[in-house]
Design a protein around this ligand. Structure first.
Ligand code: ADP
Length: 539
C-alpha cells in the first residue's frame, strides 16, 4: 500500500473505530509521517488528541505497536476504552502479577494485539526484552516524551533506557515521541536521547482563541481586594482560583465564603473523602468557585469554567498554561487572570531549592534538574513582565510562532497588554548600571547588596566588604523597589541568573553579553498605573 493509501486507511480507521469525522490539526501530519516511515516529535497540549496519533497507526500497521508511558494507573482504562472501540489492546506493568504478565506476552507473541502499553521499567525485564526481539514492532510511541529530559519538569531516569532499547531491536521501528511540554532544550534532549532519526516536528494546538489573558501585579495585601472585584463581576459564573500554598487556599476560600461566594477548596492536605466531595460539588455547580493548589485539575473535564484566576505566580509557563487552559473548555469566551507580587518569585525559587530531593537522582542530576526549573521559573517571570502580547508570548514559548495574520491593530479582547493596560517605562540605563555592578561584585552577592551599592547605601555590610570604593557605588539615583525589579527583569531575560539558596546570589546569565550591546533596551511594565517620577541617573 502506498503512503496515500495508508492515510486513506487511517481516515477510515478514525471513523470506524474511534467515531471521529476527521483528524484534528496536527494529528494528520503526525499519522502521515508515521505511516510514511518517518520518526516524529509531536508537541501538542493536553487534550489536543495525542493518543489518536499512535492508536490509529497501530490499527493500520501490521504487527504490534508499543506505547511507552509513565502513567501506569491510566493504562487499564485506556486499554478498556480501546477494546470498546474494537482495537486489540493490552498493557504490561507492575499492577499485573508475574503470571498475568506471562500470559499477556504469550498472547502478544501469538499476534493477539495491535497495541500494547508498557511502563518504561519493563525495558529492564529480560522476559520482555526477549519477547521484543522476536516480535514484529512497526512503531514505538513514547508518550510524555519530555520525561527523558533532565531539563523538564518530570524527569524519569527509566526513560533513559528507551533509546538503547529501540537501538537494540533487530528491525528499527518508526519512533513517535509525544509531549505537551517542550522548551527548545527539552526538545533537543528528546531527539538525542530517544535517537530520533531526522524527525518530522509538529507543534500545534496551543492557541486557545477564546481565552483572554491578563496579568496584574499587586501588593500582597491588595490581592484579595482585586480578586473580590474580579469575582463580583462574575458572580453567576464558575471559576477556579489557583494558589501556590495550602494555607493560602484556606485563607482565600474562607474569605470568599464570608463574602457569600459559594466556594469550595482542594489541596493535598485534605482527606481523600473531602477532596472528592469538594470536587464533586464544584463539577455539579453546587460550589461554582474552586480554590485550589496545583493538586487540582488533572482529569477534570468541566466545560463551563469561565475564568481561572491565579492568586500566585506558578513555577513554570507549562504549569500556568495547563491550569489557565481549564477555562473555556466549551469554547465560549473565558478570562485567565494572573495576580502576582515579588514574594511569588521568592516562593518559586524557594520551592525549587527545597523540592528536588528525588531519591532516584544523584546530587549532580538533582542540580541539573534545579537549573532547569530555575530557567522555567524565569520564563514565567518573563510572562509577568513582558509588554508584548501575552498570547504571543505563550505560543512562542511552546514553539508555535503566534504571529497574527495581517498584522492588524492589537485586539483588546486578546490580552491585557493588547488592551494597553499598563505603562511602559524605559529602564535601560538602570539595567546597564545593574549589569556593571554585578560584574564588579563578581557574582558573589545577593540582589540587596547590588541595589545597596548602586544607591550608595551607608551600611556596615558594604563597608565591611570594601564595596564603598567601587566605581559603581552610588552611581544611580532610583528607588530601591525599582532597582530590585530591574534585577528581576534582567534575570527573567536571562541576562542575569539568580540562585535562591541559603545565600542567594546574582551572577551573569547566558545572555549577559547582549545587555552590553548598543541596541539593548529594557522596558518595564507598571500595573496598575501609579504616578512615578522618572528616576534620574547621576552619571
Ligand atoms: P491528549 O493525550 O493530547 O491529552 P487525548 O488523546 O486524551 O488528548 O484526546 C483528548 C480528547 O480529544 C479526547 O476526548 C478525544 O476523544 C478527543 N479527540 C481526539 N481526536 C479527535 C478528533 N480527531 N476528533 C474529535 N475528537 C477527538
Amino acid at each position: 500500500m502506498g503512503d496515500r493509501g495508508r492515510l486513506e486507511a487511517a481516515r477510515e480507521v478514525l471513523g470506524a473505530y474511534f467515531g471521529y469525522d476527521s483528524f484534528r490539526a496536527g494529528q494528520e501530519a503526525v499519522v502521515a509521517s508515521v505511516l510514511a516511515g518517518r520518526d516524529v516529535l509531536a508537541v501538542m497540549p493536553t487534550g489536543a488528541g495525542k493518543s489518536v496519533c499512535y492508536q490509529v497507526p497501530a490499527v493500520v500497521l501490521d504487527g504490534l505497536t508499543l506505547v511507552i508511558s509513565p502513567l501506569v494507573s491510566l493504562m487499564a482504562d485506556q486499554v478498556r476504552s480501546l477494546k470498546e472501540a474494537g482495537v486489540r489492546g493490552a498493557y504490561l506493568n507492575s499492577t499485573l502479577s508475574p503470571s498475568q504478565q506471562g500470559e499477556v506476552l504469550r498472547r502478544a507473541s501469538a499476534g493477539a494485539y495491535d497495541l500494547m502499553y508498557v511502563a518504561p521499567e519493563r525495558l529492564d525485564d529480560p522476559r520482555f526484552l526477549a519477547f521484543a526481539r522476536e516480535a514484529l514492532i512497526p512503531l514505538v510511541a513514547v508518550d510524555e516524551a519530555h520525561c527523558v529530559s533532565q531539563w523538564g519538569q518530570d524527569f524519569r531516569p527509566s526513560y533513559l533506557a528507551i533509546g538503547d532499547f529501540i537501538a537494540a531491536l533487530p528491525c528499527r521501528p518508526v519512533v513517535a515521541a509525544l509531549t505537551a511540554t517542550a522548551t527548545g532544550r527539552v526538545r533537543a534532549d528528546i531527539v538525542r536521547l530517544l535517537g530520533l532519526a531526522d524527525p518530522a516536528v509538529t507543534v500545534t494546538g496551543f492557541d486557545r482563541p477564546n481565552l483572554r489573558f491578563a496579568v496584574e501585579r499587586h501588593e500582597p495585601k491588595r490581592k484579595l481586594a482585586r480578586l473580590d472585584r474580579f469575582i463580583d463581576e462574575r458572580r453567576t459564573e464558575s471559576g477556579i482560583v489557583y494558589c501556590s500554598k495550602r494555607a493560602t487556599v484556606e485563607e482565600v476560600c474562607a474569605h470568599l465564603r464570608e463574602r457569600g461566594v459559594a466556594a469550595t477548596r482542594y489541596h493535598a492536605g485534605l482527606s481523600p473523602d473531602e477532596r472528592e466531595s469538594n470536587q464533586r460539588a464544584f463539577v455539579a455547580d453546587d460550589a461554582p468557585v474552586m480554590v485550589a493548589t496545583n493538586a487540582f485539575g488533572m482529569g477534570i473535564d468541566k466545560s463551563n469554567v469561565s475564568y481561572v484566576a491565579h492568586f500566585n505566580m506558578p513555577g513554570s509557563v507549562e504549569a500556568y498554561y495547563q491550569e489557565a487552559g481549564r477555562a473555556g473548555r466549551d469554547g465560549s469566551s473565558a478570562e485567565c487572570l494572573l495576580l502576582w507580587c515579588d514574594g511569588d518569585i521568592a516562593t518559586g525559587r524557594f520551592f525549587i531549592e527545597q523540592e528536588s530531593s528525588n531519591e532516584a537522582l544523584t546530587p549532580e542530576e538533582s542540580e541539573v534538574v534545579r537549573a532547569g526549573r530555575r530557567r522555567m521559573l524565569e520564563s514565567m517571570v518573563g510572562y509577568c513582565y513582558t509588554t508584548d502580547c501575552l498570547r504571543r508570548y505563550l505560543l512562542r514559548y511552546f514553539g508555535e510562532d503566534g504571529e497574527s495574520e495581517g498584522g492588524s491593530a492589537p485586539d483588546p479582547r486578546c490580552c491585557s497588554n493588547c488592551a494597553g493596560q499598563f505603562e511602559a517605562v524605559d529602564v535601560t540605563a538602570e539595567a546597564r548600571a545593574v549589569m556593571r555592578c554585578v560584574q564588579a561584585l563578581r557574582g558573589r552577592f545577593g540582589k540587596t547588596t547590588v541595589v545597596d551599592v548602586l544607591r550608595g547605601a551607608d551600611t556596615e555590610n558594604l563597608r565591611q566588604w570594601g564595596l564603598t570604593g567601587l566605581s559603581c557605588y552610588g552611581s544611580v539615583d532610583a528607588k530601591r523597589p525599582l532597582l530590585l525589579e530591574v534585577v528581576e527583569l534582567l534575570a527573567a531575560g536571562e541576562y542575569l541568573a539568580i540562585t535562591e539558596g541559603k545565600f542567594p546570589v546574582v551572577g551573569f546569565g547566558p545572555r549577559y553579553r547582549e545587555a552590553a550591546e548598543e541596541d539593548f533596551r529594557l522596558t518595564m511594565k507598571q500595573t496598575p498605573k501609579p504616578s512615578r517620577k522618572k528616576s534620574a541617573l547621576r552619571e
